[in-house]
Write a protein that binds this ligand. Structure first.
Ligand code: PLP
Length: 352
């Protein structure tokens, strides 16, 4: 029988939470579909698409739209088939076999997978009360000769933001390439490092259209870096990695900053409702759980038995995620939040 090699033999496919007819608060997507006027425009443009031709390998129009929206130069932007793809390209391009990469756990699970497939050595550092401690992480990176440090900010699954002064200090204190995953940074205004790409020779920032922008179905992610690094990344990726429909849709959406700002406001209001509701329940059942301070579009709950709670919620029709030792609940529509909060409260009442 054909033998799988060790690196692939140990991997398991990503399994999203299953649940037919459930309300889905498990994947941190936006609960808002794209505005009708954008969908109409997209439908109209599709009829003119050159379907038999490869898409633009540099996705230039898309990268320009992204660059305008986020105040960077298009030459610093590389588009990917979701930032998941870019994570794996970055690992395969910037890490040599046997070199050490570091994560600060708990964090996004794709980092460990990307590093394993690139045959890197994984240094899994810890947080202290779910926060990154810059001095500790920097010291560990230097001590272990880390070549690539990757972390999300705000962090998935903790929802916690590391202040930008601290992130800067971390990038400056290590020799490693720092991959700063800002998938949730739209929700934490004024804390991004995207405006500072040229101040660092070892920084790649990841952004995605899957969260605040509300385009998870299209698979659109971006890597931002100084010219030298973005050029290297462009050379390492596969040429036609972003399909023509996604390029088109992404350009339409990113050019509508007005609509994006409005959607963002709606999502932030939902987070506020979710967190306030959770805090109310927490006060009614003291000592049972706490909510970490959220700078993202989800709430992270610290509690004794997150797995059991996740199962109990699923049995009552609410899908949330149990990851990194936390219960992670995506901000949904007001109705979804209310239903979740009602069931969550009932579970604690029943366990009294
Ligand atoms: C959701 C998420 C992504 C997004 O990945 P895409 O492939 O762009 O959908 C990246 N990083 C983190 C930390 C995430 O939570």
């Amino acid at each position: 029988m054909y033998a799988l090699n060790d690196k692939i033999g140990a991997l398991r496919a990503y399994t999203p939470v299953k649940g037919e007819g459930c309300i889905r608060l498990d994947a941190n997507e936006s609960f808002l579909n794209l505005p009708r006027e954008i969908l109409k425009e997209l439908a109209a443009s599709l009829s003119g698409l050159a379907c038999s031709r490869y898409p633009d390998p540099g996705a230039e129009t898309l990268c320009q739209a992204f660059a305008r929206r986020y105040g960077v130069e298009a030459e610093n932007v590389v588009a990917g088939n979701g930032s998941d793809e870019l994570i794996s390209v970055i690992f395969s391009a910037f890490l040599m076999k046997g070199e050490t990469f570091a994560t600060v756990e708990p964090d996004f699970s794709m980092y460990a997978q990307g590093g394993a497939l690139a045959e890197g050595r994984h240094l899994a550092l810890g947080k202290g009360d779910y926060q990154i401690h810059v001095d500790q992480v920097a010291a560990a990176c230097q001590k272990h000769g880390v070549r690539l440090l990757i972390f999300s900010n705000p962090c998935n699954p903790t929802s916690i933001l590391l202040k930008k002064e601290e992130v800067r200090r971390l990038v400056q204190s290590v020799e490693a390439l720092v991959v700063l995953d800002e998938a949730y940074m739209d929700f934490a205004s004024g804390q991004s490092l995207v405006g500072e790409l040229d101040n660092f020779d070892n920084l790649i920032i990841l952004r995605t259209c899957s969260k605040a922008v509300g385009m998870a179905a299209f698979r659109l992610g971006f890597a931002l870096a100084n010219r030298r690094l973005s050029g290297a990344l462009r050379a390492a990726k596969s040429p036609y990695n972003v399909n023509a429909v996604s390029q088109l849709a992404g350009s339409l959406v990113l050019n509508r900053g007005d609509l994006l700002d409005k959607a963002l406001e709606t999502i932030l209001a939902s987070r506020k409702q979710l967190v306030a509701g959770l805090q109310e329940i927490s006060a009614a059942f003291p000592g049972n759980f706490r909510i970490l301070p959220s700078a993202a579009n989800f709430a992270a709950i610290v509690t004794e038995n997150p797995g059991g709670l996740q199962q109990a919620l699923l049995a009552r029709g609410v899908a949330v995620r149990h990851t990194g030792g936390l219960l992670r609940v995506t901000a949904g529509t007001p109705e979804e939040n209310q239903l979740f909060l009602k069931i969550f409260r009932e579970l604690w009442e029943e366990s009294r």
